[in-house]
Design a protein around this ligand. Structure first.
Ligand SMILES: [Zn+2]
Length: 339
């Protein structure tokens, strides 16, 4: 992952100068490699003989053996369960881990994947640990682009942005990964290109898309969305394929389309080229603020999703909001008389 080397080298310099902050906030698009970066960092931080000029861990000390096996007792990860929020009891467990002595390494690493999924109570509980740094603890927080975290949390961390790779870098990395898979079921070049386009060039996300049913499910969802916009099917029918994708992914798709609507309205190109025709039509018939209103609605749905609102209802609500963007066919004056 060549695009990670610049932020990685920068971090190694800081480590070599012994200036590592006690809390790092790694930010970037979904699927850009934030978690991979954080895991590498955690492994480097506990290794007994790291090479800080190249950023490589030794690979054979006791710590390295444990991190390779994924069983290091001083490296803990806290992540949302079933794509919901990080609960307060998870942060309480982190707080006890923070004050306990390391078991085998010289320090402890607590990874929060993802810090943008902390609810208010968990965020406040985490603040205590952030405000009273423990010498042998390094906190690594991950944040997905466009998902806000509390300013009180952000201001106590050093932000470490990971930029998305160039289209060339992304496609080369994806190809290398796919070269190791069964040639018979390997995706075609065009499928790779489409997956990268839908993943906004985040290669790990594109790889996930290509490995599962996502591409087919997404196509079906878009087709239903398009038919609903034309009034050919009911909202209930249109929402069905979104159910298979789940609320989180459905919202992410709608967010992408609303983002494209805003981009097209501003004269730029759409990222999702398959949806470009329909979204271009809507952009020509609606003021720019409608796109932002939809984005706002999607953010509200995401918050509602946390509280177990029915995914189909949320998708239905969004579909109806989108349909309001369709221009109303005006009845000609001559026909009005007949009516
Ligand atoms: Zn080592």
């Amino acid at each position: 992952m060549s695009w990670l080397s610049e932020p990685w080298q920068r971090l190694c310099r800081i480590l070599a100068e012994d200036r590592l902050p006690h809390a790092l906030l790694i930010t970037g698009e979904q699927g850009v490699g934030k978690r991979f970066f954080a895991d590498q960092l955690a492994a480097l931080l506990v290794c007994e003989q790291p090479d800080l000029t190249t950023g490589a861990r030794c690979g054979h000390c006791k710590q390295c053996e444990l991190t390779t096996a994924g069983t290091h007792p001083d490296v803990r990860c806290y992540s949302p369960e079933k794509s919901r929020m990080i609960r307060i009891d998870q942060i309480r467990s982190l707080s006890s881990f923070a004050v306990a002595s390391p078991q085998v390494a010289g320090r402890k690493i607590a990874l929060i994947d993802r810090a943008d999924q902390l609810n208010i109570n968990s965020a406040n509980a985490l603040l205590k640990t952030l405000e009273e740094p423990v010498a042998d603890l390094v906190l690594i927080l991950l944040q997905e682009s466009g998902r806000p975290i509390l300013p009180t949390i952000r201001s106590r961390c050093q932000t470490w942005p990971i930029a998305a790779p160039s289209p060339d870098q992304a496609s080369r990395w994806l190809q290398t990964q796919l070269d190791q898979t069964n040639a018979e079921t390997r995706p075609t070049a065009d499928q790779c290109r489409r997956a990268l386009m839908l993943a906004a060039n985040a290669p790990r996300l594109a790889l996930t898309y290509l490995s599962g049913d996502f591409m087919a499910q997404r196509n079906q969802a878009f087709e239903h969305f398009r038919q609903f916009m034309k009034g050919q099917i009911t909202v209930g029918e249109a929402a069905k394929p979104f159910k298979a994708l789940g609320l989180e992914t459905s919202l992410w798709l709608f967010e992408g389309w609303a983002g494209d609507l805003a981009r097209l309205g501003a004269g730029a190109a759409a990222r999702d080229e398959e949806a470009a025709d329909m979204l271009g039509f809507l952009a020509r018939h609606n003021p720019a603020w409608r796109a932002h209103e939809l984005i706002e609605m999607i953010h509200e749905s995401r918050m509602a999703g946390v509280y177990n609102v029915s995914p189909e209802m949320e998708v239905g609500r969004l579909l109806i909001a989108w349909q309001k963007l369709m221009p109303v066919k005006r009845v000609a004056a001559s026909q009005k008389v007949l009516l």
